[in-house]
Design a protein around this ligand. Structure first.
Ligand code: FAD
Length: 546
């Protein structure tokens, strides 16, 4: 059998090597448009910033190593121009020699990825505006910005933030311009607000809720005209507002394209033509949680799908792809932020009935040196316990917590099962009650009615409600450093003695710094016949978004 693969990076390269491991018989040809095959695109920002110093480390395979080790024929700088489904051929163009030729296949795999989204803005084609997708782009960015002092990054998603970090660490003046009110659209606003504060403290400038409307070259510089009427001049701009699936080849071949713009595939990752499979950023996937079609351009799905397709091509369709969760993580300066599943913005927009729990806990035992705080937010269905998603932010231990929850979601565990997870513990690593366990306990309390919560964005609503009073149970000193206006301050440790000063006809909205003391106060009040609710995430989360 002859298998042709279009695109030789994450999905394509994974499929090719698995195909070879499964059988020595097949002829496997990879066509790759760029100058490199199987390169580490996720590592590119770190080479720009100097964290990765050897360029060759980014090149995981070469055409020669592919040939020697896997007997795979890799043709770099060769673009597939079209597919003839009926004849089962592709038209290939060698971009170095301009030679165009036809190659036949028995099975075809499309893994063409996604390309940076470039809107038709005036001046966008200036060579001072750069994008990052492959090694050639990376080299161009390094060359063009070698004398730059000031750069703008347009778009505050994963890639934009990673590039901004790289430039900042090289000592450049960096501004991120972002259309929405937050960076990192995959997390919710209050989590992104922690990133905003952190990056600004580190010297990165953020311009939010602002679009770039036009670019104008001015000598060696480029001027960005913004939707807020302001203009600013930089040496270079990196454009990184998102990616769109490379569906052109599939579309022209008459393959079905989904509503999201991704190539439509079935559970076996077969397109509307049974001899053509597709994987990676170019396809529309099923969201594991809600079953809806979506785009999830990340490396794990691409690699997993590549392997599944290799198995299906070799042995007949025996493996199905179970859907994507969008588990992701980012390092931005000293912070790590990660997420999995659906976020609150999505749940709100689509009228889900959901509850959230936000806990702030130590990354290790409080008495062990260098403890840092993990903020963990979990979204779930109160009735059936389905975990919709989670987000975590902090300096350490973020990957572990989000991976535990991703595993729980894939195992169809309920939010109440999180408290029952027996996780490794010793003081340098954890507390005996992991933040994931604690989030499970709080969710349990909410589900069984033991705890009522309000969220940071409901504070203003409750401030204007009759008969509702905010009760700060932190110390006097903490209260004096900042508090929600018009709140009563009674230190938790003195609360029991002051219950007779409280009014049972009122509902108390209790808060502390992160939620734990608030919960204890909540139990004291409830057990003494008071009405009360707790502020989810405490003063710490609320104050970040003010
Ligand atoms: P790609 O890996 O993009 O490969 C597609 C290849 O197909 C391209 O090289 C392209 O040249 C080639 N191609 C397209 N059309 C043709 C054609 N007609 N003929 C021949 N060749 C063609 N994901 C994460 O999960 N974590 C990260 O930290 C992360 N960081 C990233 C950082 C950067 C800078 C970038 C660009 C991406 C990052 N990603 C990350 C995303 C991840 O790299 C992609 O999800 C993954 O590579 C997708 O794999 P793919 O095979 O679908 O496409």
């Amino acid at each position: 059998m002859k298998v042709i693969i279009v695109g030789g990076v994450a999905g394509g390269a994974s499929a090719a090597t698995r195909l070879r491991r499964l059988s020595e018989e097949n002829e496997i040809v990879i066509f790759e448009r760029s100058k490199n095959v199987s390169f580490a695109n996720c590592g590119l920002p770190y080479y720009i910033g100097g964290v990765i110093q050897e360029r060759t480390k980014l090149l995981l395979q070469t055409p020669k190593s592919f040939k020697d080790r896997f007997n795979v024929d890799v043709r770099i700088q060769t673009e597939i121009l079209s597919i003839n489904k009926k004849a089962k051929t592709v038209e290939a163009k060698n971009l170095a020699t301009e030679e165009v030729y036809i190659e036949s296949y028995d099975k075809l795999l499309l893994s063409p990825g996604a390309s940076p989204f470039i809107p038709p803005l005036e001046g966008i084609h200036s060579d001072k505006i750069l994008t990052l997708r492959n090694v050639e782009d990376m080299d161009k960015i390094i060359l063009k910005t070698s004398n730059a002092k000031k750069v703008a990054v347009v778009g505050g998603g994963f890639i934009g933030l990673e590039i901004a970090e790289s430039f900042l660490e090289k000592g450049l003046d960096v501004t991120i311009v972002e259309f929405s009110n937050q960076v990192m659209g995959v997390v919710d606003f209050e989590i992104a607000s922690i990133i905003h504060k952190h990056v600004e403290e580190k010297g990165l400038k953020l311009i939010l809720e602002t679009a770039v409307e036009k670019f104008t070259e001015k000598g060696e510089k480029i001027v960005l005209s913004l939707s807020n009427g302001e203009e600013f001049e930089v040496d270079n701009a990196i454009f990184s507002i998102g990616v769109k699936p490379e569906n052109g080849l599939a579309k022209a071949a008459g393959l079905e394209i989904g509503k999201t713009g991704g190539i439509a595939v079935n559970e076996f990752l077969q397109t509307s033509d049974k001899d053509i499979y597709a994987v990676g950023d170019a396809i529309e996937v099923t969201n594991f949680i809600n079953g809806l079609k979506t785009l999830i351009p990340l490396a794990w799905p691409a690699n997993r799908q590549g392997r599944i397709v290799a198995d299906n091509i070799t042995n007949g369709n025996e493996f199905s792809y179970k859907g994507s969760l969008g588990t992701s993580i980012l390092k931005i300066l000293d912070l790590n932020v990660s997420s999995v599943g659906l976020n609150e913005k999505f749940l709100k927009q689509h009228n889900y009935h959901y509850k959230t729990v936000t806990v702030s806990r130590g990354s290790r035992a409080g008495y062990y040196p260098n403890q840092t705080t993990i903020v963990l937010k979990i979204l779930f269905n109160k009735k059936n316990g389905t975990i919709y998603g989670a987000q975590a932010i902090g300096k350490k231990g973020i990957d572990k917590r989000i991976d535990i929850i991703a595993t729980a979601i894939k195992g169809r565990m309920k939010v109440t099962d999180l408290s029952n997870l027996e996780l490794a513990y010793a003081p340098p690593f954890n507390s005996a009650k992991d933040p994931v366990n604690i989030a499970g306990y709080v969710a349990e309390n909410i589900i069984n009615g033991e705890l009522e919560m309000i969220n940071y964005d409901e504070v203003s609503i409750y401030q204007n409600k009759e008969n509702h009073l905010f009760l700060d149970v932190r110390t006097k000193e903490e209260n004096e450093r900042g508090a929600i206006s018009n709140s009563l301050n009674i230190d938790l440790n003195t609360l029991r003695g002051k219950l007779d000063t409280l009014d049972k006809s009122k509902t108390y909205i209790i808060y502390c710094q992160v939620g734990l003391r608030g919960y204890l106060a909540h139990r004291i009040l409830k057990n003494n016949g008071f009405n009360c609710k707790n502020l989810n995430g405490g003063y710490s989360i609320w104050s970040k978004v003010q």
